[in-house]
Design a protein around this ligand. Structure first.
Ligand code: FAD
Length: 399
């Protein structure tokens, strides 16, 4: 690939590090500018569909990811009012045989740490922390990037991997603040030996308890040593950020009336972290000349499809593949990249909203949900998610 100046990456989250790693694998230099004083991720579980494992292969981190991940046996959907099992989708060997890659869950901090370690091994990557990008200016053959502490960096291009509240997106797309969904997530992680015995039969599964205007997800993490819990409910609250303390009393109020197993789990946790769930309407103009967006900066989504980290890594791999294919021509590759990606990521964004409605259904909608999803107990359990996990989805930018 030509063009000797490094590519500047704003943001050292999952997307930014994946982009740096992929560029380095192709011999291309980058500078990662992360605003936080240290690289890191907030602690919560992330589900890794087979498409994500294909990206791990491309990023050459599969072995390290699999050492620290956990491989559950089923995804189970329960009705948290009646206690009825709505759906059980096998994971494990059956899913792996179907998609050619496994399904796993991982602590976000572990995923990020593996990527960071992989980036630190590459001389092509210059990792900087405590540096917040404030603006950028296109030049004849590149881009200058200014930071809040008064530094200026020169690069051949700029990748905005600066997440939901992206400053780079504000310049390129300018579509205002993220959309507040009215859903709020509380999360906690327990040592696995503190999980109430009432949940014994589901310990090896990813379980989603669907309730009226709420749901709760739990599964083991970190080689099975930890237990991840995320409780989501409707609320008018808005607090920016992903790491605020939650109010247990508010949570219990929203989950009163759910099955005793769920109540027992909720009561076990004293300290919850919460965040308000936001997304945006899908857009496709992610690129302006030598500047483009990846990950949540490009297509923030609600987490109901558990696919945001996977999409960020697919973006990174797609962008660098195009750079290589187009002989390192940044403007051509950056222009082509959103065309390859926007329909796939828009499908995830919009389907995630729809899944949120399904999980939180009440009244007749709840009965209908149980009936329709229950019909999937027979037949091919994976038919509905082939577009997301399968590798034959090139027409919508699948990898
Ligand atoms: C509750 C929840 C559950 C989820 N579950 C899953 C799941 O199961 N599976 C899955 O695949 N995905 C999941 N996701 C989504 C996934 O976590 C995100 O899509 C993914 O982390 C996006 O990565 P990113 O690098 O684009 O953005 P981020 O992780 O937000 O990283 C952006 C980085 O940029 C930095 N930054 C911001 N502004 C600046 C600036 N001006 N200058 C420099 N640095 C800056 C930030 O500090 C941050 O480090 C979930 C998300 C949520 C909220």
């Amino acid at each position: 690939m030509n063009d000797s100046k490094p590519i500047i990456i704003a943001g050292g989250g999952i997307g930014g590090l994946a982009a740096a790693r992929m560029l380095a694998i192709k011999g291309r230099k980058s500078i990662v500018l992360e605003q936080a004083p240290e690289f890191g991720e907030i602690g919560a579980g992330i589900q890794l569909g087979p498409n994500t494992h294909r990206m791990f292969d491309r990023l050459q981190v599969t072995k390290d990811m699999h050492k620290i991940a956990h491989f559950p046996e089923n995804i189970v959907m329960m009705d948290s009012v009646s206690g009825e099992e709505i759906l059980k989708m096998p994971l494990g060997a059956k899913l792996e045989a179907y998609f050619g890659k496994p399904y796993a869950v991982i602590h976000r901090a572990d995923l990020h740490a593996v990527l960071l370690k992989a980036c630190m091994k590459m001389n092509e990557i210059d990792l900087r922390t405590g540096v917040a990008v404030s603006n950028f200016t296109p030049t004849n053959n590149g881009i200058t990037v200014d930071t809040e502490d008064g530094q200026t960096f020169e690069g051949s291009g700029l990748i905005g991997a600066d997440g939901l509240w992206s400053k780079i997106r504000a310049e390129i797309i300018g579509d205002g603040d993220p959309i507040v969904s009215g859903h709020i997530a509380y999360r906690a992680v327990l040592p696995v030996n503190e999980v109430p015995a009432a949940l014994d039969k589901w310990m090896e599964d990813v379980v989603l308890w669907a309730g009226p205007r709420n749901h709760l997800v739990h599964y083991k993490l970190r080689r099975g040593e930890l237990f991840n819990i995320v409780a989501v409910f409707h609320s008018k609250k808005y607090v920016e950020g992903w790491d605020e303390f939650g109010d247990p009393a508010e949570l219990y109020e929203h989950f009163k009336g759910v099955q005793p197993e769920v109540q027992a789990l909720l009561k076990k946790i004293n300290v919850w972290k919460m965040w308000v769930l936001c997304d945006r309407i899908p857009a496709k103009a992610w690129t302006d000349g030598r500047v483009t967006l990846i990950g949540d900066a490009a297509h923030p989504m609600l987490q109901y499809l558990a696919a945001g980290a996977g999409m960020a890594m697919e973006d990174a791999v797609c962008l660098v593949d195009l750079l290589e294919k187009l002989d390192g021509n940044i403007e051509t590759a950056f222009a082509e990249y959103p065309r390859r990606r926007y329909l796939r990521t828009a499908r995830v964004q919009l389907t995630a909203r729809y899944y949120g409605d399904i999980y939180h259904a009440e009244g007749v909608a709840r009965e209908l949900r149980n009936l329709i999803i229950g019909e999937k107990k027979t037949g091919n359990p994976y038919a509905g998610i082939e577009w997301l996990y399968g590798k034959n989805s090139d027409q919508i930018g699948g990898y």
